[in-house]
Design a protein around this ligand. Structure first.
Ligand code: PLP
Ligand code: COI
Length: 341
């Protein structure tokens, strides 16, 4: 095995075409065996459900190289479960959990040279997705589907890695009450692009969305959940039916309680409360835990005491612990690590 010769510390979060990807097709009520292919291109009919009505769901996860050379994946069973739930919400046949995990194993094993080395700070991002290949023209679910998994080596999602970012409160909503905010479907990201472009043009890193019904509670950003730390070091975690159930966030809650012995308060969080908090962070597979130094809402600015130079102490401890577990330096809770190679 010879690792690819990439500049691992400066690859950023971008697509690199790797060697192998997994493909399986669903037809006549059943998934085929599936397997690896070299072809990164997808060819579908012009009237396929994905092309016309965005019938698609996806996942995001990472594989890491440990110091002893093992290649592992972090809690892939939860990605399998979430994609199953997402597919059901978008009226697609769900990929069975065992098939999903087997596909992840095959793709990672097929791209071992692309899994960044231990200590590089980079990882192999894994993108499982399912979409409608069947032809539709009236609005209805298609009758054939494809499940694919590809990989790409990635570094930090935000330029500057652990440098605090600035969020801007979006004037648009990300999700509707009783809508699809809690599932990982491409349609949720398409509708966030306009707000995201405006946010970047204004010089901010990411949008913070408020609850669509009252616009008084904090939801999440376009690509991560958010967490806060109050002045008593309690980790405050926004709860809502219209945010994605982040695997990173659920892991952070466990780590805060069981590893760091911190209090965790999971509840609806009013935007008004934010000015009283000490630290903030964005959490997700891509974002890991990115510290937030400031939140801007038109002419109102919330400057967290942790500042714009570095993460606050609790966000730092959470970051060190979760990345320590993912990279094999800290013992993981039972069942969190899948050894692939
Ligand atoms: N929220 C949104 C909108 C996301 O796109 C993501 C990324 O997957 C997350 C939250 C974080 O979820 P996870 O920690 O499972 O990656
Ligand atoms: C992930 O963290 O895996 C996501 O899907 C978020 C996306 C913005 C890259």
């Amino acid at each position: 095995m010879a690792k690819k010769d990439l500049k691992w510390d400066s690859i950023g979060f971008a697509y690199h075409v790797t060697d192998k990807r997994y493909v399986s097709n669903y037809k006549d009520g059943a998934w085929d065996e599936g397997g690896l292919t070299d072809d990164p291109n997808v060819v579908v009919n012009e009237s396929a459900g994905i092309m016309q009505y965005c019938q698609q769901v996806f996942e995001g996860m990472k594989a890491y190289t440990w110091e002893n050379g093992d290649v592992v994946c972090f809690r892939p069973d939860l990605n399998a479960e979430r994609m199953y739930n997402s597919a059901q919400r978008i009226e697609m046949p769900p990929v069975p959990k065992e098939k999903f995990l087997d596909a992840i194993d095959q793709v990672v094993k097929g791209n071992l040279d692309w899994v960044p080395p231990y200590g590089s700070g980079a990882s192999l991002y894994i993108r499982p997705y399912e979409f409608a290949t069947g032809v539709v023209i009236g609005v209805k679910p298609a009758d054939t589907y494809q499940f694919r998994v590809f990989t790409t080596p990635v570094g930090p999602y935000y330029k500057g890695g652990a440098t605090p970012i600035i969020l801007q409160v979006a004037d648009y909503d990300r999700a509707a009450p009783r809508g699809t905010g809690a599932v990982k479907a491409g349609l949720n990201y398409a509708m966030s692009l306009h707000a995201s472009v405006l946010c970047h043009k204004a010089g901010y890193n990411e949008n913070l969305y408020l609850d669509p019904a009252t616009r008084s509670y904090v939801e999440e950003t376009g690509g991560s959940n958010v967490i806060f730390v109050d002045k008593d070091n309690t980790v405050v975690v926004p709860k809502s039916d219209s945010i994605l159930p982040s695997i990173t966030r659920r892991s952070i809650v466990y780590i805060a309680e069981h590893y760091l012995k911190l209090k965790v308060d999971e509840r609806p969080v009013k935007f008004e409360e934010l000015k009283g908090f000490a630290e903030a962070g964005c959490c997700g597979t891509a974002a890991v835990i990115s510290p937030v130094g400031k939140i801007v809402d038109h002419d109102e600015e919330i400057n967290f005491p942790s500042g714009m130079d570095h993460a606050g102490p609790i966000i730092s401890q959470l970051y060190d612990t979760i990345t320590g577990i993912q990279n094999g330096r800290i013992e993981a809770p039972e069942g969190w690590i899948r050894h692939i190679a």
